[in-house]
Every structure is written in structure tokens, then in C-alpha cells.
Design a protein around this ligand. Structure first.
Ligand code: SF4
Length: 403
């Protein structure tokens, strides 16, 4: 993961800590982002003046700052967001505010990277807690992906393979995709991106391949449900095994080479959850995110991105009943926004996205107060060469039909 911080923040980093889990605001491990020191001190969550401090810092920054809030963020953070949305919508919103000196990204690391790529060099993108990474994005490291490409070259299939990476990937992986003639996709347009990629190598009915990273489930669900490929057309490339755990023949026969990555939140929903909610509420409509496993998506009634889920609930008639399989913060807000509908969480044992939840009001207050005091903290700057090639892949996505 390419990462650069401001000099002020750099000065605060110490040697990597031995612990795999660091307390918020204490200790730092810049390489793994397991934690970061908050220069000047993190406000206590119990501070009774926290909301007032947030209001005052936000007012002091005025139009110099633009606060973005991902749909999976906590309510206490969303309350201070100038705009909410999914990762790509937020990156575009940031790019549409060239006058904002600071873009405060309340989301996770890859999202702030995308915002840095799409905003001007004079704008500073800030992530309130550098420990807010994404476990899915971290499952595809650039060294692993370049090694995997070498495996495809050795198997004589690289020339017939187009890489497609999900937005939920590091800037380095997006740059790899741009360098190799591929595209970025979102959960809304993955089917369009896959058709475009297959068209480059002979069409969906041909013999060309797509290397899809890092979410195997989104890749498989899209290929099978929307492009008509079979499960047998899909293989899973495991970067921890020699040759990805695949034979040369398997690579040659495959149409979808799926990276072995998944979302730690959506990957927990199960077929059993769907059966249980149907048994408890026979009239329920089960609506899940395409990052869920294939058997869950197959058992559900509807599947779509977070924006799709929000629109589906908005359009649903009063009295209807829904079971939603996505992150809990969003589902709780949907339930509160639709008191005339019954909104179940698909699995009550599935919890929040823990890395998204690293961004809390104390971190947001610390960030805004630091910026208002003239101290840039937690700035995200993508390596210029990676930024160029990631932009190529992002621009390719923008050129896909529908954008
Ligand atoms: S919900 Fe999943 S994909 Fe989204 S940030 Fe969390 S771990 Fe990453």
C-alpha cells in the first residue's frame, strides 16, 4: 500500500509496535497501518463537549474543508458529513469541490487514495485515522499481484487476460490495472466492466480471460448471474500458494481468474441466514450486496450495491418487509428512515465493519481541530506514478457505457 503522510505526522511515528492490535491513538505502525499516534492527543470519547467541539472546528474550517461520509460510517460521524455516498460517488464529489483546501474522508484508506488521485495537487486529502484500512483491499498486495501476473505469463495466458479491479483496492493495484490495459469497477457497474474487458479479448463467448481483484465474490456473482458464465468457468487464484494453487491447464481453461479476497463483513452472511429470516417472516424480501457469497446471492431475492439498496428501500411500499445483507450502520439508518417498513438485519451476529468504525467522533474532532490550528495530519498522498496509472484505470471506468 503506497502511503505518504505530512511531515508533521511523520515526526510523530515511532518504530512499528510489536502488538498486532494497537489502542486507538496510541502507538504507530506506518507499514501496516495498525495504529497511529494522534499528534496533540485524541479527545476522550466521554468528553461531554465533543459534539460542541466538532461544531466549532467545523465552523472554523468553513468552506476550506469538505467532509465526506461513507454509508458505513457511524451516525456520530455522518452527522458532520457534507455529503454521504459509496466510495466512488464520494471521490467524484471531492473532485467536484476544487475550492476545498482539505478533503476530510470519513471512510477507509483506499477511498482516500482514490480521492487524492481525482483531486488537484493543491488539495489535501485527510483520513481521520490511518488505522482505517480495508481488510479486502489488504488481501491483494502489489507484490502478490505482480507475481500472479508472472504466473499468467508463464502459462501463456497473460496476453489473453484483462485485469479488472474493484474500487476496493489500493492505488498500487489500480495502477497495475491501468498499466496492463484494464479498468476499475464498482459494485454497480461490474457487469459493464466485465463485458468491456471480455470484448477486448474476443467477447464473453470467446476464450479470453479476466483477472478480477480483489473480491472473488463480486467477480463470481457478476460473471455467473449477469454475464451467463458458469461456476466452472471461474477459478480462484490463491496468492499464498505456488502458482496460485492452480495448474497451467486450469488457468488456460478458466474465463474468470478470481483473486482470493473477500469482505470480512459481507462474507459472513450465509444461506442459513436467508432460510431463517424467510421462516420467521414469509413475506420478507431478501436484499443483499454482491460482496456476499454466491450461495447467499443466489438464495436472495434481490442483489445490488449500497446505492441500489438505499433506492430500493426508498421505493418500497409502506408495510413491506425487508432483510438486508450489508453493513450494520447503513441498515440501522435505513430502518430508522423507514419506520413504515419492517427492516431486518440479515444476521444479527454480523457486526459493523471494524475498520470503518475506527473513524469516530474523537478522531474527527482531532482532525478538524488540527487542520483549523494550521497542522495537517494524516494526509494521504499517492505516489505520482501510481496516481497516473490508477487515473488511467479510473478514467477507463468513467468511459464505460453508463457513466
Ligand atoms: S465493509 Fe468490507 S469492503 Fe467495505 S471497508 Fe469494510 S472490510 Fe472493506
Amino acid at each position: 500500500m503506497s502511503l505518504t503522510t505530512s511531515p508533521a505526522a511523520d515526526a510523530a511515528f515511532t518504530e512499528p509496535a510489536p502488538s498486532a492490535l494497537l489502542l486507538l491513538g496510541r502507538g504507530a505502525d506506518l507499514q501496516s497501518e495498525r495504529g497511529v499516534e494522534c499528534v496533540g492527543g485524541l479527545p476522550a470519547a466521554s468528553d461531554p463537549d465533543l459534539v460542541e467541539r466538532a461544531r466549532a472546528a467545523r465552523a472554523a474550517l468553513g468552506d476550506r474543508a469538505f467532509v465526506l461520509g461513507h454509508h458505513y460510517q457511524r451516525d456520530e460521524v455522518i452527522a458532520f458529513a457534507d455529503v454521504t455516498g459509496d466510495s466512488f460517488k464520494l471521490a467524484r464529489e471531492a473532485a467536484a469541490r476544487p475550492d476545498a483546501e482539505f478533503v476530510i474522508f470519513c471512510g477507509v484508506h483506499f477511498m482516500a487514495e482514490s480521492a487524492d488521485i481525482l483531486t488537484s495537487d493543491t488539495q489535501q486529502v485527510v483520513l481521520p485515522d490511518l488505522a482505517a484500512g480495508c481488510s479486502m483491499a489488504d488481501m491483494a498486495a502489489i507484490d502478490q499481484v505482480t507475481d500472479a501476473w508472472d504466473v499468467l505469463v508463464d502459462a501463456s495466458v497473460a496476453d489473453a487476460t484483462v485485469p479488472v479491479t474493484y474500487m476496493n483496492s489500493t492505488a498500487a493495484i489500480k495502477a497495475f490495472t491501468g498499466r496492463h490495459g484494464g479498468t476499475v469497477c464498482t459494485s454497480s457497474n461490474a457487469h459493464v466492466a466485465l463485458r468491456w474487458a471480455f470484448d477486448k479479448v474476443g467477447g464473453v463467448d470467446g476464450t479470453g480471460k479476466v483477472l478480477f481483484m480483489p473480491d472473488q465474490h463480486l467477480g463470481r456473482n457478476t460473471a455467473v448471474q449477469q454475464l451467463g458464465l458458469s461456476l466452472d468457468d471461474c477459478v480462484v487464484f490463491d496468492p499464498r500458494r505456488p502458482g496460485g494453487g492452480l495448474t497451467t491447464q486450469q488457468l488456460r481453461d478458466a474465463r474468470m481468474i478470481l483473486w482470493r479476497g473477500h469482505c470480512s463483513v459481507h462474507g459472513r452472511f450465509s444461506e442459513r441466514n436467508v432460510a431463517d429470516v424467510r421462516a420467521a417472516d414469509p413475506g420478507v424480501t431478501v436484499l443483499v450486496h454482491p460482496e456476499c457469497k454466491h450461495e447467499v446471492v443466489t438464495a436472495a431475492d434481490m442483489v445490488g450495491s449500497t446505492e441500489y439498496i438505499i433506492k430500493a428501500l426508498d421505493a418500497a411500499p409502506a408495510g413491506s418487509s425487508w432483510a438486508i445483507g450489508t453493513e450494520l450502520n447503513l441498515v440501522r439508518r435505513l430502518a430508522a428512515a423507514h419506520p413504515d417498513k419492517k427492516v431486518h438485519y440479515l444476521d444479527s451476529t454480523v457486526c459493523f465493519c471494524s475498520t470503518m468504525n475506527r473513524i469516530d467522533l474523537p478522531h474527527l474532532v482531532w482532525t478538524m481541530e488540527s487542520l483549523a490550528a494550521g497542522r495537517t495530519v494524516n494526509r494521504i498522498v499517492v505516489d505520482p506514478d501510481d496516481a497516473h496509472w490508477a487515473r488511467v484505470a479510473l478514467d477507463q471506468m468513467l468511459a464505460l457505457p453508463g457513466y
